[in-house]
Design a protein. Structure first.
Length: 363
């Protein structure tokens, strides 16, 4: 039977190997997987359960709803610490308690709101604090953290478990911004000497031991995304996205391919038309510059439409039903992302549920 749908293969053995590699690069400090956005689209429960087996005990999600869902999957036998990056949103206290979540407090307003609510609890509420060291996105401004350290009563009813910050330019090791953020973070975390600290996400882990502190927060690198937004041989592809050939067409020089008048062939071209398009999550902007893997070589992606994508296969013999790899060990996600002017994170979270999903490797 000729397959007619794209296929997303999730390799849990590669995931486990990446986790151990990252722990090693982080010098053995704790690595807390970031499984926000449903585990970068691959399934937060699936990913977290497998990494629990590898020894992960703390996890990060972005939204409260993601934390609730993850707690549900982990169940009573896997009592993970689940940090919620969005922090505390008034009115959600009951949910935080029921799902035993740890909010990452991000602002003075959140501190006041969470304290006002937590004072009625019979025990201090576990929280983390995020401080902004120069990314200017999320986190307390440093002056507010200093004030907080000077007035411990402002933390009454809260049990501070982690102090963290996030790097804005860690994918460019030569960018002085990382060292600058590090030098701002050091004195801030020193205000809370008893509390574990965390600064590095995936790329930060590769910046060296100065950036590791007590805990690192890998996301994309768990799935094979390289620290400098290009392939890194130490990390394995976890997601392989492939599509079967529906048709092979020989098209004359000067003909136009696909919609509009964008792609005019400069030479006679054999095109494999495959059963995947942007409705399956393939970034439309990857046409023209992205390349897919077929029979031992990377080949230009000529056109991407909603359901079908055309690949220039040169003179290589090809038949309907044969598979083309769009993302995987040969067609690296970082390269496809770069071709589309994006990052591996976006490439991964876009992969839709239309493609068939196959999980390989022990769960
Ligand atoms: C998303 C996120 C991470 C993980 O980032 P990666 O680049 O995927 O490793 C870590 N920390 C914070 C605060 C984040 O928002």
């Amino acid at each position: 039977m000729t397959p007619i749908a794209a296929r997303l293969t999730i390799d849990l053995k590669a995931l486990a190997a990446n986790y151990q590699t990252l722990r090693q690069i982080a010098g053995g400090v704790e690595a807390a997987p970031v499984v926000k956005a449903d585990g970068y689209g691959l399934g937060a429960g699936l990913i977290a359960e497998r990494l629990w087996r590898e020894g992960a005990r703390r996890f990060f999600v972005a939204r409260l709803s993601e934390g609730v869902a993850l707690r549900h999957t982990m169940g009573p036998n896997r009592p993970a610490v689940i940090y919620v990056l969005d922090g505390y949103i008034p009115g959600t206290g009951g949910t935080i308690i029921d799902a035993a979540l740890t909010p990452v407090i991000n602002s003075q307003a959140q501190i006041q709101e969470v304290r006002a609510w937590a004072k009625a609890l019979p025990y201090p509420l576990p929280v983390a604090l995020q401080v902004d060291t120069g990314m200017n996105r999320q986190g307390l401004v440093p002056e507010h953290l200093v004030e907080l350290a000077q007035r411990p009563e402002d933390m009454a009813g809260l049990d501070l478990r982690l102090i963290m910050s996030h790097l804005g330019s860690s994918t460019r090791p030569s960018d002085p911004r990382s060292a600058d953020q590090l030098s701002r973070f050091r004195p801030l975390r020193a205000l809370f000497p008893e509390t574990p600290a965390s600064l590095a996400a995936s790329a930060g882990i590769f910046l060296g031991s100065d950036y590791h502190f007590d805990l690192v927060r890998p996301g994309i690198s768990l799935f094979g995304g390289g620290p400098e937004e290009k392939p890194d041989p130490r990390l394995k592809a976890v997601a392989t996205f492939e599509a079967p050939i529906c048709d092979v067409r020989a098209v004359a020089m000067g003909e136009t391919v696909g919609y509009g008048s964008g792609t005019v062939l400069q030479k006679p071209t054999r095109l494999a038309v495959i059963a995947a398009g942007y409705a399956d999550g393939l970034l439309r902007m990857s046409k023209g510059r992205g390349r897919a893997w077929f029979k031992g070589a990377l080949r230009p992606i000529v056109s991407v439409t909603m359901d079908l994508t055309s690949i220039d296969i040169g003179n290589t013999p090809a038949a309907p039903g044969e598979w083309v790899e769009l993302i995987g060990p040969n067609a690296h996600i970082d390269n496809l992302a770069a071709a589309a002017g994006s990052v591996a994170h976006e490439c991964l979270v876009r992969l839709s549920t239309r493609a068939d999903r196959v999980v390989i490797g022990e769960r």
